[in-house]
Design a binder for this molecule. Sequence first.
Ligand SMILES: NC(=O)c1ccc[n+]([C@@H]2O[C@H](COP(=O)([O-])OP(=O)(O)OC[C@H]3O[C@@H](n4cnc5c(N)ncnc54)[C@H](O)[C@@H]3O)[C@@H](O)[C@H]2O)c1
Length: 261
Amino acid sequence: MKGRFDGATALITGGAGGIGTGVALRLGREGAHVAVADLTVSQAEVVAARVRQEGGRASAHALDVTQAEDVQRVLGEVECLAGTVTLAVTCAGIDSQFAFLDLPPEEWQRTLAVNLQGTFLVMQGVARRLKAKGAPGHIVAVASAAAKRPNPTQAHYGASKAGVVNLVRSAGVALARDGIVVNAVCPGVVDTAMTQAIHMERSLLTHLSVEESLDRMIQAIPIGRIETVDDVAHVVAFLLSEEANYMVGQAVNVCGGLAFD
Ligand SMILES: NC(=O)c1ccc[n+]([C@@H]2O[C@H](COP(=O)([O-])OP(=O)(O)OC[C@H]3O[C@@H](n4cnc5c(N)ncnc54)[C@H](O)[C@@H]3O)[C@@H](O)[C@H]2O)c1
């Protein structure tokens, strides 16, 4: 069966994480060469191997998205191996929990560096190469419903993701006439290691157990269940496809009803 992304090359940053893995498997099944890039390259190798086991094509790359030279190196590596990156998904992200008055400036900077500047560096690097070749492409940033809601114990994270939403608007408009389609998804509470870590840290602040903390969050989701990585991957794949070509700089909520703007 012909896949939507046959012959295309996709870069997934944070590809070793929960959402990154879901997206990698999805794009591999739909015919793309998947370049799985992550700070943890051993885990990126595991994800790439899973894509290959399913009959897809994949490679693993060590990448720190906060380092501009590292982003350039990986884009060059992937281009030599599998052709120009025409599909990019920026999943690399970090989060932590701090009461607002205790949030250290270093943690603010670390979070903004990975979540916002890292997204910018990858987006700009991919777009420059596409523009130089006169090639069209699709870029999807993984933002968050946290971009659109108050986040009393994660002000830094919410601000970084709100920044991503605005970055996507600017990049989407800047690149629209070059045929480079830039959009974002805003997931809610996804069943990944990050969510487990959030509720472990929150339990220390709230004195609830990890299970109680996560359960309270799930009860607040209108759809009444936690989000799967496939819930996110379906929408990411759509935004990477030609079916989304008339969408410019949008931040699509995929969050079970947690956010509406
Ligand atoms: N889990 C959720 O509920 C949720 C909700 C909304 C948005 N998100 C966002 O989705 C994205 C993926 O989240 P996840 O739940 O899969 O988390 P995860 O922790 O499973 O994966 C994140 C990945 O990013 C990688 N990473 C961290 N810093 C990096 C860096 N400097 N360079 C390269 N890679 C780096 C990590 O090694 C990890 O593999 C993140 O941007 C996150 O903010 C997650």
